[in-house]
Design a protein around this ligand. Structure first.
Ligand code: IPM
Ligand code: MN
Length: 351
């Protein structure tokens, strides 16, 4: 099969982890006789420096015409404490999500047998966790009306949802639930927020189309607690943009490391694959970042292309590296560790 993949390395450790995913994908392509054409494009602070904006039109063209997008990370500390910065790298990410119509962010959480003890949570609580958080990605408070009034002394951000936005996200949730354990949990704040009441109403109306799916409704604050108390109580969660942003960072603690969790962002056209971790600027250029979340994101890419064997092969080799201790320093417990690039080479050569 021929694949055109847009390659957005981004900022910080982005380029380093992306390089390893490319090595792994190229090894897969060789083994299974595919042909991948990589189309590199600028994004984030790197794009601001080069052309003055974080998601240039040229990058959008490349992404919109690709079969998939593989993305590293975005963000640079020099923008974080500068409220006067007119363009910020993160705006590129939001613009990209919106322009590519990536309305559903799929963030799985699972554990690796060899890493259970890395989690600060007790083994018996997390062992066997396997859940998916589906975060709405192109609406809600991230994209609502915002601004200042009263001479700048009042600031507001609005959380707005339209029924169709909730429906299309919920549909993905029901579809995932049907393929899994047929349990769906809608997470909201319907005891306070009107937009959450619309979420409930919309999802409730869809229940009749999926009689086999058992749907529950829970409040975000309670889920924040239960998710780490008993993650095995959840299977598929659907939730609004900001709630999902927060819950997915929290959920990564279950796996023991942010460096491990992959994600996909899907819409009606092209899909994007990225690690859930950020650009980790302190580690940039040091060849120490953990590339596994990006490599596992590439596995999700193959899975979505119905290349299940290829995806399985990537997961197999990642598990092998964990089991054999061929890992970066964040996972090495002070023992022997390997460079980012060495882990990438090792994974590719074991395919
Ligand atoms: C994420 C990130 C982004 C978000 C930031 C960088 C804008 O935290 O992908 O979860 O909030 O969506
Ligand atoms: Mn986030």
């Amino acid at each position: 099969m021929k694949l055109n993949i847009a390659l957005l390395a981004g900022d910080g450790i982005g380029p380093e982890v992306i390089d390893q995913a490319v090595k792994v994908c190229d090894a897969i392509a060789k083994k299974y006789e595919h042909h991948i054409t990589w189309k590199p494009a600028l994004t984030g602070a790197a794009a601001i420096d080069a052309v003055g904006e974080p998601y240039p039109d040229e990058t959008h063209e490349i992404c919109a015409n690709a079969d998939a997008v593989l993305f590293g990370a975005i963000g640079h500390p020099r923008f974080d404490n500068d409220p006067s910065a007119k363009v910020r790298p993160e705006q590129g990410l939001l613009k990209m999500r919106q322009k590519l119509g990536l309305f559903a962010n799929v963030r799985p959480t699972f554990t690796f047998p060899s890493l259970i003890d890395k989690s600060p949570l007790k083994r018996e609580r997390i062992e066997g966790t396997d859940l998916i958080i589906l975060r709405e990605l192109t609406g809600g408070i991230y994209f609502g009306e915002r601004g200042r009034k009263d001479d700048g002394n009042t600031a507001f951000d609005t959380m707005t949802y339209q029924r169709f936005e909730i429906e299309r996200l919920a549909k993905k949730g029901f579809d995932f639930a049907m393929k899994r354990s047929k349990k769906l949990c809608c997470v909201d704040k319907a005891n306070v927020l009107e937009s959450s009441r619309l979420w409930r109403e919309t999802v409730q109306a869809m229940e009749k189309d999926y009689p086999e799916v058992e749907v529950s409704y829970e409040f975000i604050d309670a889920v924040a607690m239960r998710l780490i108390q008993w993650p095995k109580g959840y299977d598929v969660i659907i939730t609004a943009n900001l709630f999902g942003d927060i819950l997915t960072d929290e959920a990564s603690v279950i796996a023991g490391s942010m460096g491990l969790m992959p994600s996909s962002s899907v819409g009606s056209k092209v899909s994007l694959y990225e690690p859930i971790h950020g650009s980790y600027p302190q580690a940039a250029g040091k060849d120490i970042a953990n590339p596994l979340a990006t490599v596992l994101s590439a596995a999700m890419l193959f899975e979505d292309m119905n290349m299940t064997e290829e995806a399985e092969e990537i997961r197999r080799v990642v598990n092998k590296s964990l089991a054999e201790g061929y890992v970066t320093e964040d996972l090495a417990d002070g023992g022997k560790s390997y460079k980012t690039s060495e882990v990438g080479d090792w994974l590719a050569s074991n395919i």
